[in-house]
Design a protein around this ligand. Structure first.
Ligand SMILES: [Zn+2]
Length: 112
């Protein structure tokens, strides 16, 4: 239904702009090249890797709160595991697994 509403709200292009064509968004020419695909792929991988690195270092787990004397409770408040460290918060907590289950293809879930 959402897609149908978006299609209904999309204006048809004017014929003065020419006909529609498929264009590669990985460079300015609109033409696909292997080198531009590699550049796009490399950029995405580096950006994602950097984002994950920042995310991991910004997560304040309960274990880290105890270490910094902000709290005295290192327990996971979702599953009541005795220690919520980064490994637990991102992988081992059953609540985190529910998120991964939605994001990762089933055949790769055993890697977690
Ligand atoms: Zn937990």
């Amino acid at each position: 239904m959402h897609v149908l509403l978006r299609l209904a709200a999309t204006k048809c292009p004017l014929s003065t702009f020419g006909s529609d064509e498929i264009r590669w968004a990985g460079n300015n020419t609109g033409n696909f090249t292997v080198s531009s695909a590699y550049t796009v792929r490399k950029g995405i991988a580096f950006g994602l890797e950097e984002d994950v690195w920042k995310l991991i270092h910004q997560i304040m787990t309960n274990k880290e709160r105890v270490r910094r004397h902000v709290s005295s409770d290192s327990q996971c408040h979702l599953c009541h595991s005795p220690v919520e460290d980064i490994d637990h918060a991102l992988c081992k907590c059953p609540h985190a697994f529910l998120v991964w289950r939605e994001l990762v293809k089933p055949r790769f879930l055993t890697d977690f």
